[in-house]
Design a binder for this molecule. Structure first.
Ligand code: APR
Ligand code: ZN
Length: 248
């Protein structure tokens, strides 16, 4: 790791007036959750059609078989890692104002982060499409498949954004506001290829923010948006960065 770059990044963080974080699947890889793209990516082994909203509506049972397998049998057991914890600690220190995440795994909240905007919603709650009641996924019994609302028997949908759906209104609005107000952003583990999420760090950059990017490899943001590229795994780089910030 480049110690000079880490020190520079730590100084930017320490001197920032409005620091935010923008995270993607890469931050949760070391918690055991596979990313979507790249060699180990989910979309290499499974076709994402099952989470297209029109497919979900017309093939409710088939769609749920994969949703349960991918997002509930396995994801639900993941724990936050040192990179999630470092962001929660930066917030506690009064340095980090908000986390904007594309992830639906709830690991930022599990790590203790308080201000989290979930750009793609969350897998941790389920919505009844008939009576609008919400259920915690943790306590939901998936024994009966496809699942039915325990209250009214209606169809159930995870609260994350399916392909073909819009971004949740509040998360979108707050993310854009945070992006505009930021004078520094830490971008962690995202290809920066998915619209409209990827405009969050771009807007921040256009408004003059420093953009510190942590990724094992270059992304669509690295040239053009990133000002400080820290190559490496999220856990290792964030642990080092937090140590440097504390030492200042
Ligand atoms: N540390 C840091 N970065 C990592 C690590 C790691 N340990 N492992 C992988 N990465 C990086 C990869 O190099 C890649 O740039 O994380 C990124 C993961 O990319 P994607 O899987 O495309 O994840 P993301 O950018 O969050 O995807 C955006 O796509 O399908 C949709 O809705 C889904 O929110 C998701 C969106
Ligand atoms: Zn219901």
């Amino acid at each position: 790791m480049d110690t000079k770059l880490i020190k520079e990044a730590a100084e930017i963080i320490k001197n920032s007036k409005h620091l935010t974080a923008f995270t993607g699947a890469g931050i949760s890889v070391e918690s055991g959750i596979p990313p979507f793209r790249g060699p180990q990516g989910l979309w290499n082994t499974i076709d994402p059609t099952f989470i297209e909203i029109s497919y979900f509506q017309s093939h409710y049972e088939d769609s749920w078989k994969d949703i349960k397998k991918i997002f509930y049998d396995f994801f639900g057991k993941a724990k936050p890692n040192a990179a999630h914890l470092a962001l929660a600690e930066l917030e506690k220190m009064g340095l980090l104002k908000a986390v904007i995440t594309q992830n639906i795994d709830n690991l930022h909240q599990d790590a203790g982060s308080k201000v989290v905007y979930e750009f793609h919603g969350t897998a941790s709650t389920l919505l009844c499409l008939r009576c609008n009641e919400r259920f915690a996924a943790q306590n939901f019994s998936f024994e009966e498949m496809p699942p039915k609302c325990p209250k009214c028997g209606g169809r159930i949908k995870p609260d994350f954004v399916f392909y073909g759906e819009g971004i949740p209104e509040k998360a979108y609005r707050m993310s854009m506001q945070e992006a505009t107000e930021s004078d520094a952003v830490i971008v962690i583990g995202t290809t920066g290829e998915v619209m409209p999420a990827c405009i969050v760090p771009q807007i921040a950059r256009q408004n003059g923010a420093k953009v510190i990017e942590i990724n094992i490899s270059r992304s669509a943001l690295t040239y053009g948006t990133t000002t400080h590229f820290l190559q490496g795994k999220a856990v290792e780089v964030m642990s080092e960065l937090l140590k440097e910030v504390k030492a200042l």
